[in-house]
Design a protein around this ligand. Sequence first.
Ligand SMILES: Nc1ncnc2c1ncn2[C@@H]1O[C@H](COP(=O)(O)OP(=O)(O)OP(=O)(O)O)[C@@H](O)[C@H]1O
Ligand SMILES: [Mg+2]
Length: 247
Amino acid sequence: MSEEATSAETSKASAKASDTTTAKRSPIIVCRKIVRSFWRAKERLDVLDELDLEIAEGSFEALMGPSGSGKTTLLNLIAGLDRPTSGTLTVAGTEVSAMGDAALARWRSQTIGFVFQHFNLIPVLTALENVELPLLLTSLGSSERKKRAQIALRVVGLEDRMHHRPQQLSGGQEQRVGIARAIVHDPKIIVADEPTGELDRKSADEVLHLLERLNKEFDKTILMVTHDPAAAERATVLRKLDKGKLL
Ligand SMILES: Nc1ncnc2c1ncn2[C@@H]1O[C@H](COP(=O)(O)OP(=O)(O)OP(=O)(O)O)[C@@H](O)[C@H]1O
Ligand SMILES: [Mg+2]
């Protein structure tokens, strides 16, 4: 996360915050007739079925739906980890469905922060080293990378745990490191796939509060998949997916 973002933290980014609470802003994610099919033996499975979706910049949206309904499949497409079988997908002004692998990887490393249900931290690395990892894909030097990783850990309230390894942290702390890693490159969009799925109520609430802050104070657009009604309640928009269609 950049120093500008840190100063935004202290100033509370008042202008931006009022933007997000007053007027509806233009869409930052636009899905048009998105199909994602998988083949099993000779059978084609249309996991997403001509899905249309617009998500406004600066919103905090929750996506719910039964297991197997296509939530992770949709998140992976929006995050540029996968490509649709057909349809167009425009994210932060870029048509990601038309990009080649290298360009897509570069775009993803600048635009998207991904938060995983199982944290996906590397056990032999400290919190600081885990958070620094996405910056290894950039041209930043070592001291700048460390500085930004420290800033991100400060934002999630874990500056005092930065030399701990994942096994020396609680589940809630591990997920906050996961969130620091997702924001260290200051992405516009955070996608979170069941970010509280592994956590007890108190840790889950801390993580949700942090996501709310990232949305309100840092103007991150957030799309969160969840099975937890209490988590969904924290979002400003709730969408439901069933059998590859939005209800
Ligand atoms: N790479 C793949 N190859 C084949 N089938 C897949 C693949 N990825 C997902 N699927 C299938 O697509 C369907 C939707 O999967 P997805 O992971 O998107 O569901 P989900 O809504 O995230 O479910 P959950 O709540 O259990 O995480 C499932 O039937 C799954 O088996
Ligand atoms: Mg899933």
